[in-house]
Design a binder for this molecule. Structure first.
Ligand SMILES: [Zn+2]
Length: 496
């Protein structure tokens, strides 16, 4: 390895170590840290992120990158140089004091959001969100003043994504989804979900989580489950990935699909190639790609008739009384109920993307300055009425339901919808060579995992999202796979 590349590897290891520390702090904050501990944590994160900033936004970095390129590089080394240059360009454009202040702000803002949500009072959170929008608009101009601020952030979360593409993508989804929802709500098929609201002892739900993790072939020596208000996944490194879930005594399905969803994220991180460890190429290629893996497991596997057939004996073993008069078919239909509702994370597969569209439209307007933060709750309620036809009773069940904006993430939501659509295309491609239905019926997920590892997981950030999708599906992204899947599945469930 040439000298410059050697120095760049050392830099990457330091960046890895700082990120590791910040992820531990973040994981702790969201799981067992006491409620009033945010201020000290904010101070610590400000220092850590300042150290990270000093390392990367350093004039020696572009010089080293230039020097490295004069020597012959392996494919991976060339990718490291490319990724480091991207991080350098992004970071060095933001003044150090603003970067640190923003990190501190988001830590405080998450705390304020928690209080606002508990009190269902948007005014507690509004001053923080105003500052966040202001920072995000200013940072976007530092990156690329020629682009609309929201385009800059869409591209940050999903390389190459723009409002133009999102507008076209969502328009295509809307054309299929809105009429489908209408047909479903008018259909005579009634799905019984009452049994899901029985009492499901949490101790038994924990046993079910373990069973699901085993079925997904997640190595528990490298991946543990904790509990948090909202389920999430954090990777410290490929040998230590954490997922969280939330147990509700009167809703067993919530934990089942949280574990499978986060399990999908975890599998992606656990199966990065070893050679990428401690480099800037480790980690999912994009938010959209990450969501494609979690939603592939949650929906295309977890909510399939075949997978439910496989877990049915286990469910009956753990919950014989709760499921005494229920069939696997009843359960399949209940966990696939389609019904316009208030909360995104509880939304069904059909209406889910409508929830994303609500957020997309509002983020677009916040970022282009045509919507003031103080007017956000009213705009939210109007969008929910227009797209989903539901009335929002209060801010806790409306504009305050998600943590993303409090964490400073504007432009993240579209990646959920994109990921869902990527997954449909991947599954369609997988079906050409694997008998997916038989594998699910037998609970034999190894060949599916192997398919994903070979085409997606192992590469980390070595390839762009578009390259990975091309690599896996042998064609560019096409949302029709997703809309076709929805129409076929739900026409059968609702006898349309
Ligand atoms: Zn996710």
């Amino acid at each position: 390895m040439n000298n410059a590349m050697q120095s760049l590897r050392e830099l990457q290891k330091k960046l890895y170590a700082l990120q590791f520390a910040m992820n531990v702090v973040d994981f702790d904050a969201n799981t067992i840290a006491p409620a009033e501990s945010f201020s000290g944590r904010g101070e610590a994160l400000e220092v850590l992120s300042g150290m990270k900033y000093q390392l990367i936004a350093n004039p020696s970095v572009p010089a080293l990158l230039e020097q490295a390129k004069t020597e012959p590089l392996t494919e991976q080394q060339a990718a490291e140089v490319r990724e480091l240059l991207r991080i350098y360009n992004e970071t060095s454009k933001i003044p150090a004091n603003e970067y640190a202040a923003f990190v501190k702000l988001t830590s405080e803002s998450v705390n304020a959001w928690g209080k606002a949500k508990a009190a269902s009072d948007f005014s507690i959170f509004a001053p923080y969100l105003e500052q966040i929008v202001e920072y995000r608009r200013r940072f976007a101009a530092y990156f690329d003043a020629s682009k609309a601020p929201y385009d800059v952030w869409l591209d940050q979360f999903e390389q190459g994504l723009s409002m133009e593409q999102c507008d076209a993508f969502f328009a295509q989804l809307k054309t299929t989804i809105q009429p489908l929802v209408q047909k479903i709500t008018q259909s005579n098929t009634k799905i019984n979900t009452d049994f899901l609201k029985a009492t499901w002892p949490i101790e038994d739900q924990r046993k079910l989580s373990d069973f699901l993790m085993d079925t997904l072939n997640i190595d528990r020596n490298h991946c543990q489950i904790a509990e948090s208000e909202h389920p999430f996944t954090t990777e410290f490194y490929k040998g230590d990935v954490r997922i969280t879930t939330h147990y509700h005594e009167n809703d067993m399905a919530s934990n089942v699909y949280s574990v499978i969803h986060e399990g999908g994220h975890a599998l992606y991180e656990l199966h990065m190639a070893d050679r990428l460890q401690y480099t800037c190429l480790s980690g999912g290629a994009s938010m959209g790609l990450h969501e494609s893996q979690s939603r592939l497991f949650e929906n295309y596997i977890g909510r399939s008739k075949e997978f439910i057939q496989f877990i049915w004996p286990k469910l009956n073993e753990l919950f014989p009384t709760q499921l005494a008069n229920v069939t696997a078919e009843d359960f399949y239909k209940a966990v696939n109920l389609c019904e316009p509702s208030l909360i995104r994370i509880e939304a069904d597969e059909v209406t889910y993307c409508l929830h994303i569209m609500v957020r997309y439209e509002l983020e677009k307007r916040l970022m282009n300055g045509t919507l003031a933060v103080k007017d956000l709750p009213a705009a939210w309620n109007a969008q929910m009425k227009e797209l989903l036809g539901v009335d929002v009773p209060d801010d806790a069940h409306g504009v305050l339901q998600d943590i993303h904006w409090a964490g400073g993430d504007l432009g993240y939501f579209p990646s959920y919808a994109l990921g869902t659509a990527y997954a449909a295309q991947m599954v369609a491609q997988m079906r050409k060579t694997l008998d997916v239905d038989s594998l699910l019926k037998n609970g034999t997920l190894a060949p599916i995992n192997e398919w994903l590892e070979q085409r997606i997981w192992q590469f980390g950030k070595e390839k762009t999202p578009a390259e990975l999708l091309q690599n896996a599906c042998e064609q560019p992204f096409d949302p029709s796979y997703y809309t076709d899947y929805l129409v076929k599945k739900y026409s059968a469930i609702y006898d349309l």
